[in-house]
Design a protein around this ligand. Structure first.
Ligand code: ADP
Length: 473
């Protein structure tokens, strides 16, 4: 697949291209255009010109395009799933699941487009009427990460388009092809020219153009906390609106009255999905002492059954890590924990095969809070388990982080559960649930995990301005 830039409904060449490699075997999957500032400014101009007409369409009309796109995505589920696996590495079944998840945002926001309500407020004077209207913010710059090459695109683009905004999308350099394929589907759905534009290439140049151009009214970003902070600094120049979905360091708390099977199942799902490479993956597990041994044994047994390999080859549960840097970080966390006395229950090492970097599902017990793995986001298939005495200790340790994206806990006791849910300083909490993400629900973090929410009705709010109109009679 050789991709170009998609600007104003036209496919354009950039001066150079770059190769996109399959992380499972280093083979070339395709190439993408290496766009920069000039191309981004061209795309912003197209989005800016397309904006008034798109915003003036009825909500039904915009919803119609999104529904058509959803339909096309479902029709191409197998092919898109294969592309996601090839450029990102996750197993094919998981990749097809991502396609369904991506399509669900198109459906949800096609529906939400029709529910952008304003307000009529009783005024403080007989001669005045107060009304509040919601209007699209304008041109949106969207920056997406590699771990969900398709779902992070629709999670941003669907609500933006539903709200009446037009957009320029910059997908991650490791995984631009799924986004490019999405642009092809937009063309097939006859989304008007300029409403969605895609620029692949130089991250800092493209991001810089978003921030400097006055026509871009909002930047929505999913990626590292480090880049998120940089964008916040850059945004201050024009007081640009920002939505940020940044890093996480999710705790999983298992209290001693939990349904152990359910807790093991939820923790496995949360920890090993996408080989541990999601910002909501469980990164540290706290288990109450009475059930600690039992949990460690059952969890280890399940983890050790997971198969690692090329995601296209049938029975792999975990694909490769995205690259060598990712692999080295995971191994550094494991080695640090082992050096400090952690007990290795399964896994503990990785291997390189045909240019792909794979890491075994790893369980470490007898963990303490001073180990690096309990402080940094691992982004890999490693589960460190620490024993805790009380609910309060578990909550305190869980909250002792600069991140506040997702947290999970397991208990069958309603009173305990409500207290834990309320005390956790995280934007997403899975109570007896290792897979809480859904298009219908708000997704986002507290603390250094970000600003704003995606998904749910909150997700479209992020692309709307609130205008108050006071009418004198
Ligand atoms: P990760 O560690 O997951 O790769 P990054 O924050 O580096 O996270 O990448 C997430 C997205 O941000 C990618 O699309 C990447 O190209 C983009 N990005 C990286 N650096 C910058 C930057 N300086 N300005 C704008 N976007 C950037």
């Amino acid at each position: 697949m050789d991709a170009q830039l998609y600007i104003n409904g036209t496919w354009l060449e950039a001066p150079e291209n770059f190769d996109v490699l399959n992380p499972a075997n280093g083979e070339k999957v395709g190439s993408a255009a290496n766009g920069g500032r000039t191309e981004t400014n061209q795309a912003i101009k197209a989005a800016h010109e397309a904006f008034p007409k798109w915003a003036a369409k009825t909500a039904e009309e915009r919803a119609g395009y999104l529904k058509k796109l959803q339909q096309l995505m479902l029709e191409h589920k197998d092919e898109l799933g294969e592309l996601v696996t090839k450029e990102m590495g996750k197993p094919l079944a998981e990749a097809k699941g991502e396609v369904m998840y991506a399509a669900s945002f198109l459906e949800w926001y096609a529906e939400e487009a029709r529910r952008v309500y304003g307000d009529l407020i009783p005024s403080n004077s007989k001669d005045k009427r107060f009304m509040v209207m919601k209007q699209p913010v304008g041109v949106v710059g969207a920056i997406t990460p590699w771990n969900f090459p398709l779902a992070m695109v629709t999670r941003k683009i669907a609500p933006a388009l539903a709200a009446g905004c037009t957009a320029v999308l910059k997908p991650a350099e490791d995984t631009p092809l799924s986004a490019i394929r999405f642009a092809e589907l937009c063309a097939e759905a006859e989304v008007p020219n300029g409403v969605i534009n895609i620029v692949t290439g130089e991250a800092a140049e493209i991001g810089g153009a978003f921030m400097e151009h006055e026509a871009v009214k909002k930047v929505t970003f999913t990626g590292s906390t480090e880049v998120g902070k940089l964008l916040m600094k850059q945004a201050s120049e024009h007081v640009k609106k920002l939505s940020l979905e940044l890093g996480g360091h999710a705790p999983i708390i298992v209290l001693d009255d939990a349904d152990i099977e359910q807790a093991v199942d939820g923790a496995i799902a949360s920890k090993f999905r996408n080989a541990g490479q999601t910002c909501v993956c469980g990164n540290r597990i706290y288990v109450q002492e009475r059930i600690y041994e039992d949990f460690v044994e059952k969890f280890t047994e399940r983890a050790s059954q997971l198969k690692v390999g090329d995601g296209l080859e049938g029975d792999a549960d975990l694909g490769p890590l995205i690259n060598k840097d990712g692999f080295e970080k995971v191994d550094r966390h494991v080695q640090d924990a082992l050096k400090q006395g952690a007990a290795l229950k399964t896994g503990g090492s990785g291997f390189e095969q045909d240019g792909g970097y794979f890491y075994e599902p790893t369980v470490l017990a007898d963990i303490n809070h001073d180990m690096v793995i309990m402080e940094e986001e691992t982004f890999g298939p490693v589960a460190p388990i620490q024993k805790v005495k009380t609910d309060e200790e578990a909550i305190e340790l869980a909250n002792d982080s600069r991140y506040g994206l997702a947290a999970y806990f397991f208990t069958d006791n309603l009173k305990r559960g409500m207290k834990v849910a309320e005390a956790l300083e995280f934007g997403i909490v899975g109570w007896n649930d290792g897979r809480p993400s859904a298009a219908q629900a708000p997704f986002g973090g507290m603390k250094e995990s970000g600003l704003d929410r995606e998904g749910g009705h909150e997700g479209i709010e992020a692309f709307l301005e609130t205008k108050y109109v006071s009418v004198g009679l």
